[in-house]
Write a protein that binds this ligand. Sequence first.
Ligand code: AMP
Ligand code: MG
Length: 347
Amino acid sequence: MRITARVISLLSILFLVACGGGDGNVEDGNAKESNVSSDYIAEKTVFAMDTVMSLRAYGPNGEKALESAESEILLLDQKLRRGSESSEIYAVNAKGSAEVSEDTAELISAALDIGESTGGAFDISIAPVMDLWGFYTGEFYVPSEAELSDSLAKVDYRNVSVNGKTVSVTNGAQIDLGGIAKGYLSSQIIDIMKKNGVASSIVSLGGNIQTLGTKPDGSSWKVGIQDPDNLDGYIGVLSISDMAAVTSGGYQRFFEQDGAVYHHIIDPVGGSPAHSGLKSVTVVSADGTLADGLSTALYVMGLNKGTEYWRSHDGFDVVFVTDDNKILITKGLADMFEGRSEALIIE
Ligand code: AMP
Ligand code: MG
C-alpha cells in the first residue's frame, strides 16, 4: 500500500501572485511588475491556516497596512483553527454551543447561506467525514460504507445555527471551515488595506487570490490559473481588478492507495471525494468569501449543475476545467480570460 500526499508547491503559489508584465502575457514564474518606479511596494509572507500567504501592497501606507493584515491573519487563524483548544470553532464543536466573535459569526452565517443556496453541496458540517478519511491528521484511510454512513449521519449544515454571536451544533455536527476561511480572510485583508489608505494590493492565501484596485500603472492584475496536470504550468490567465479568484480542485490535496486517488473535496451525498467530471473550478467574484465557498461547492456540483447555479445566481463568474481538459468560462469572463487553449463561453 502506498500513501502519498501533496499540496500546492510554494513555487506555484508565488507564481500565481507574480504574474506581472504590462503586455498581458505571463512569461514565467518570476515575472516582474512593470509599475512606476516611485510606487513603493511592501511585501510580506505569513504562514497561517497551514499555507503560505503572500501579501503585497503599493504606495506609502503599504507597510502599515501589511502589519495590520498580519495581525488579522494570525487572529483569525487562531479563532478558526479546529484543532486548537483555544479556538472558537473548537469551543463550538466541543461544547455544542459557544459565543464567538463577530467575524466568526459572520463567516459561519455566510457559509450556511452558501450551504442553503447550493442545496448542501457546500456543507461546513463535513468535519466528521474529513476526519474519517484522515485528512485532518494526515493518517489517510479509505473507510467502509458502514463507517461512511455513520459519519455522514452527522453531516447536515442545517444542524449548525447562528444566533447573534452564539453558534450551536446539534445531532453530532462538527464545523470545518476549510472550504471558506481563506476567502473570508482575504476579504478582511482587503478591507484592512482600504482602511489604511491603500488603493492597490494583491494577496494570495495559498493560491486564493484577492486584488484591490488595479496595478499602480492602471492595468489589471494577471492571475494564472494553475494547470491541474502540471502544477508549474497554467491553463489560462485572468485579468482582474477589485476581484477575488479562487480555485478548487482535487489535485490540490489528495492521497493514493492501491492505485486509486482520494482527494479532499467531499460530496456530502455519499461522503466520498467528489467525482463530478471536473479537474478544477475557479470562481471570480468581488466577494472573496463567496468565491471560496462557491469554488468548493461548484466542484462538487459539476459542470451542468454548476452552470445552472450560475445562471440563477448573481455576483460571480466561473472557469471550469473538465476531466477531458475542456475549458469553459461563464460569459462575464469573456474579456477577462486568456486560455492556453480555446475556451467555450457559457451564456
Ligand atoms: P477548497 O480548497 O476551498 O475547495 O476547500 C476544501 C476544504 O473544504 C477541504 O479540505 C475541507 O476542509 C472542506 N470541505 C471538503 N468538502 C467540503 C464540502 N462539500 N463543503 C464544504 N467544505 C468542504
Ligand atoms: Mg473553497
